[in-house]
Design a protein. Structure first.
Length: 319
């Protein structure tokens, strides 16, 4: 059996850790190693991690200075065993179904795919399902690089861009790192998908995503999240355009325009830096003739008058 390494970043989530860890340990696919990265927790999370490591030899725990979710994932990637064949992630306030690994592993191996993607549901603290964002988005099937990238920029495309509802062939992370900023999964996903020759999707709801936890790594770094998301969109626009994925580059540039106008409206303190990056990327896209004339006019206008430009973008139904 192939070894699957599961990386769990942890930061101040003592309330949820038992449920998360138990869901990983209770996988029906048992040939796993569990790499827990305590990202400088200040509550009892670190000691809970150590207590679990004493109970199960498949668990390895590392304690590091706080650096954010991307930093914790990168640390975990550096600690993979030589025997690791596949990689999965779970946030420490979320939960796997008992079949999460086996369902994805069977789909990936039977289709000789590089990555497997499953549906997820949003839950509250009572473990009640409050949203099914992937229900009409992730459909069962095998997809080429271009097909999966185009799906990721369509309606509900964020379901394809999260880090944790997937099983990855280990080599997909060769030479790649997560940003040590918010929206780190947005910033790396296309580097991964561009290295992926075949993707497989399944419709089982095997990941339970707990949104709104105020102590999670994501929730404690909200001040810069929109600026980081803009940077991720601009980075992805350039990457997709450079590799000839013009449809996805166009959609991502329009998202960047929306995000930039939002930052300008909210009077973000570093808006001048954002403006330089936005205009630089827009010039590149203009040179490649990826946007329609109307889209180019609107995106250019957003660089001059973001609020009015965004209204034009909405009226034109481009976002």
């Amino acid at each position: 059996m192939d070894l699957v390494s599961i990386i769990i970043p942890v930061y101040n989530v003592e309330k949820y850790m038992k449920e998360c860890f138990d869901s990983v340990l209770n996988q029906d696919y048992q040939h796993i190693e569990i790499i827990i990265v305590d990202d400088g927790s200040t509550d009892n999370s670190g000691s809970i991690c150590d207590s679990y490591a004493r109970k199960d030899s498949r668990i390895r725990v590392f304690h590091k200075k706080n650096g954010g979710l991307g930093s914790a994932r990168n640390f975990g990637l550096q600690k993979l065993s030589n025997q690791t064949k596949y990689i999965a992630f779970i946030d420490s306030d979320d939960v796997y179904s008992e079949n999460f690994i086996s369902n994805l592993y069977n789909a990936v191996t039977s289709n000789e795919a590089d990555i497997g993607i499953t549906r997820f549901v949003r839950i509250n603290d009572k473990h009640e399902i409050v949203d099914r964002p992937c229900e009409n988005v992730i459909k069962e099937g095998v997809f080429s690089t271009e097909e999966i990238i185009n799906l990721s920029v369509g309606e509900g495309g964020w379901c394809f861009r999260t880090a944790w509802n997937k099983l990855y062939r280990k080599e997909l992370f060769d030479g790649k790192k997560y940003w040590s900023r918010i929206h780190e999964d947005e910033a790396i996903i296309y580097s991964i998908l561009l290295s992926c020759k075949k993707a497989v999707c399944i419709e089982t709801e095997d990941y339970y995503y707990r949104a709104g936890n105020p102590t999670s790594i994501m929730s404690t770094m909200k001040k810069k999240r929109n600026a980081d998301l803009l940077d991720a969109y601009l980075h992805n626009t350039k990457l997709l355009a450079a590799n000839g994925y013009n449809f996805a580059a166009r959609k991502t540039m329009l998202r960047a325009a929306r995000e930039y106008s939002s930052l300008k409206y909210d009077k973000y303190e570093n808006i001048d830096k954002c403006k330089i990056a936005y205009k630089k990327t827009l010039r590149l896209i203009k040179a490649k003739h990826i946007l329609s004339v109307a889209e180019l006019v609107i995106c250019t206008f957003i660089g001059i008058c973001p609020t009015l430009g965004y209204k034009l973008l909405v009226i034109a139904k481009k976002v």
